[in-house]
Ligand binder design. Sequence first.
Ligand SMILES: [Zn+2]
Length: 167
Amino acid sequence: MTRAGIGFDSHRLEAGRRLVLGGVEIEGAERGLAGFSDADVLTHAVIDALLGAAGLGDIGQHFPDTDARWRDADSLELLRAVVGRLADAGHAPANLDATVACEEPKLGPFRDEMRTRLAEATGLDPGAVNVKFTTGERMGFVGRGEGIAALAVATVTAAGRRSPRAP
Ligand SMILES: [Zn+2]
């Protein structure tokens, strides 16, 4: 059986922060995303989509921002941990599709690297990881450049359960 999940996230843009999307640092960005971890909004949406598909809650339950371990965390590491938790529950990622809503900078040149990084972290073929970009057409918080939002859909299929005490 294939199960689908959805994830949505948004973070505020602030001066003096790195801009990291899909595990890729966007060189030359004037501002980056504010947040407790590295604020990688794309990876956070992917994490929530995977957790949703597996029926395992949301990112805040797994990595609470009250826990100092996750301060400035590399979100790709969180994604790897989530894929492990899915495996423990008998699920394997099958495909990912995501849209990043960002007014600027232009993200197209970073698309392939984002797909590669997300594919590595989830154990998927890059062909099963799609990343799309759109703007806010100068409307709303995205269009005014106040922040970046990301939406993701993931599917998972049944996988062999991990058994630490296997004979
Ligand atoms: Zn987030």
